[in-house]
Unconditional design. Structure first.
Length: 210
């Protein structure tokens, strides 16, 4: 992976390899990380709750994985998985929770592989019974408070296919109040109703937002 895009409550930290050109630097602070500077940078501060500046870390001549580990070193790491589900009409499956439209996803359980987690969570949160798992389409990262700990959730996303005839049942005990199929045009009109990490994933998947 040549890029990590981490979303915090008040800011965004993007870690990229030198030469990657599809990242906007507007309104963000740039930090160059190379063998001469890596040990002088206070990486964990960028994801502390009180930090509000957006950061782009440009990695030169060192392992990007090492920089990611340093940035996230104060956080508890958890994994999740979910799906971008499309039906035969070209519609996409969304859930509505916490005043936002979202894609179905959830935590990986002990002993599960990520593909199993993704399928199980989509079924549980939407009521769908028949899913066809396709390729992996991306990974998102976001940071949040959980009880007395700060966690970073790494969510693995898979493309899936299902039928518009499937009955949809929101998982109310998980705070989901609606499950709906949305056309591509509907998805692209709801920009303000997505969490930043989801908007980033949708853009990478090919959706276009004004």
């Amino acid at each position: 992976m040549q890029r990590y895009n981490i979303f915090n409550k008040h800011n965004n930290v993007c870690i990229i390899k030198d030469g990657l050109n599809n990242v906007s630097f507007e309104g963000k602070s740039l930090i160059v990380c190379d063998p001469t500077t890596i040990d002088r940078i206070d990486f964990p501060v960028f994801l502390r709750e009180e930090f509000e500046d957006d950061i782009v870390i440009i990695v030169k001549n060192i392992d990007i994985e090492e920089v990611f580990k340093r940035v996230t070193s104060e956080l508890k790491f958890v994994q999740a998985a979910g799906g971008i589900v499309e039906n035969e009409k070209g519609q996409y499956l969304f859930i509505f929770r916490a005043s936002h439209w979202d894609l179905p996803k959830g935590h990986r359980e002990k002993g599960e592989n990520l593909e199993t987690t993704a399928l199980r969570e989509v079924m549980e949160e939407t009521g769908i019974k028949k899913l066809v798992l396709k390729e992996k389409v991306g990974v998102t990262y976001h940071v949040y408070n959980m009880r007395c700990a700060r966690e970073i959730k790494e969510t693995h996303w898979y493309r899936m296919e299902s039928s518009s005839d499937e009955k949809l049942f929101p998982q109310y005990d998980e705070g989901i109040v609606k499950v709906e199929w949305h056309t591509r045009q509907q998805v692209e009109k709801l920009k303000k109703n997505y969490f930043p990490s989801l908007l980033d994933l949708l853009c990478r998947f090919g959706f276009r937002f004004d």
